[in-house]
Design a protein around this ligand. Structure first.
Ligand code: FES
Length: 177
């Protein structure tokens, strides 16, 4: 992940949360929620400040952060694309949506889920409750259902135009269908 995507952490803000929420281990989840709500993920710098200024150990903090799916340790893009991988979506081609969008966003590293320019993050999620539209993806609050890879790419381009985001130039023509 490019360090250019890392958030700039304000230590005073972290101090303020500690003052409001508390310093003992029972404050772990609320503190993590406050950090994630501010930055969209859990920046390393903020995590270090929590460990240095509370009674919560690094082991406790990272244990909780990695246990709950709601927390992320990597920077998140300006827009989140959720790709449903519930059973109905999985069997009808959710993987093809991933392949197509990875191509559109020039994401080739399995560890990477955010475009280098910080525009979009891809996230696989469990059933979102619209199985009759499988396979599908959700950008913001908009559901794009019954789509193949090419349609997912088209929806992404349309969203990017509306949001004035620049998509990377794909390195070669996609085979997505
Ligand atoms: S499995 Fe995708 S919406 Fe239910």
């Amino acid at each position: 992940m490019s360090s250019a995507l890392e958030a700039v952490v304000d230590p005073q803000l972290v101090d303020q949360w500690i003052g409001q929420i508390g310093k003992d281990p029972s404050a772990t989840v609320p503190l993590l929620q406050a950090i994630q709500s501010q930055y969209g993920y859990l920046p390393r710098k903020a995590m270090d400040l929590i460990v240095q200024n509370t009674e919560i150990t690094g082991r406790q903090l990272y244990g909780v952060a990695t246990f709950y799916a709601q927390f992320r340790l990597k920077p998140v893009g300006r827009h989140l694309i959720k790709i449903c991988h519930g059973t109905a979506c999985h069997v009808t081609g959710a993987d093809r949506i991933n392949t197509a969008l990875n191509h559109s966003l020039n994401i080739h590293d399995p560890e990477q889920d955010t475009a280098e320019n910080g525009s979009y993050t891809l996230m696989n999620v469990a059933c979102v409750g619209c199985c009759s539209q499988a396979p599908l993806m959700v950008i913001g609050s908009e559901v794009f259902g019954n789509i193949n890879g090419a349609q997912a790419q088209k929806a992404l381009r349309k969203h990017a135009r509306a949001a004035e985001e620049v998509l990377p130039k794909p390195e070669k023509q996609t085979q997505a269908s």
